[in-house]
Design a protein around this ligand. Structure first.
Ligand code: SAH
Length: 282
């Protein structure tokens, strides 16, 4: 393998990555594993506040009511699912490829008093273990970037969503072309499989049969995220050293400032809202 050859992580490898990095994310990001949304230069929100603000944007787009059920594709450690359930009264089934995340998310739902309607299980989005038309809504919140085939996952989402149901996705996008070296560092650090552009995304979603209702470019609002984590790594370096040892700490300290500049200069972020039409030929 040449130095910059691209890796193609399997869902199993992504699951093992999140099992390993669970304590890292818990220490530096908390119970959300997605970008923050800052309203502007004067916004002094913490990372958690900014991350919850993005979850609230998705909750407003998905429009669920009590008794309805959302499928959360790539649920992380469950904070977005729990928040959605608390705010709307809806039920959630969350899936992840990481056993550690299932355990953390289940514990969070129990602590938050919503375990009766929010549950998590290990499953691969490439082959969803659910019946056709069994969910009122689906979201894929910053998870498609790890998956082997976006178009295939979109077809799976389409299949399990009831006609008329909403589908919301968010994703990191590549707005300026990365060099081979930058791509290898970024993909290797997060076990990414591929990145799309904001411009191409709507076509990808309509190709499945969805009607796209809204495309929101929030690239500018998310730019502080990786710098925030990079700074937090400096503050929490003793905790990370205890968890992972001096060698991995040294690697993380070298890599994170570079990841932060890659986000700032090359990456974007899309929120896309769509729905499955009530009747269609597809
Ligand atoms: N949506 C969560 C977590 C985002 S991190 C949040 O906002 O906090 C990415 C998530 O995608 C992880 O939970 C990971 O396990 C999941 N994921 C990656 N590939 C997957 C696949 N093939 N099937 C199901 N989940 C997957």
């Amino acid at each position: 393998m040449t130095e910059h050859e691209q890796v193609h992580p399997t869902p199993e490898e992504v699951g093992a990555y999140y099992d390993l990095m669970g304590p890292f994310y818990a220490t530096l990001w908390g119970d959300n594993i997605h970008v923050g949304y800052w309203t502007g230069p004067d916004d002094t929100s913490s990372n958690v506040e900014a991350q919850d603000r993005l979850t609230d944007l998705l909750i407003s787009k998905v429009g669920l009511t009590p008794g309805q059920t959302l499928l959360d594709v790539g649920c992380g450690v469950g904070r977005p699912a729990v928040r959605l359930s608390q705010q709307t009264g809806a039920a959630v089934v969350g899936i992840t490829v990481s056993a550690d995340q299932v355990a953390r998310a289940t514990a969070l739902a129990e602590r938050s008093g919503v375990a009766d309607r929010v549950r998590f299980q290990r499953a691969d989005a490439m082959a969803l273990p659910f019946n056709d038309a069994s969910f009122d809504a689906v979201w894929a919140f910053e998870s498609l970037l790890h998956m082997p085939d976006r178009a295939h996952v979109l077809r799976e989402v389409w299949r399990v969503l009831r006609p008329g149901g909403r589908f919301i996705l968010t994703d990191v996008t590549e707005e300026r072309s990365l060099s081979a070296e930058q791509r290898a560092l970024l993909y290797g650090s997060f076990l990414l499989r591929s990145l799309e552009t904001i411009e191409r995304y709507p076509m990808l979603v309509t190709a499945t049969g969805f009607i796209v209702d809204d495309v929101i470019d929030i690239s500018a609002q998310t730019k502080r995220t990786l710098q925030y984590v990079s700074d937090a790594l400096t503050e929490k370096r003793e905790t990370i050293r205890t968890l992972y040892g001096a060698e991995l700490l040294a690697t993380l300290e070298q890599v994170w400032p570079i990841l932060a500049t890659i986000q700032r200069d090359y990456l974007g972020y899309i929120v896309l809202a769509a729905h499955k039409p009530l009747s269609s030929a597809l």
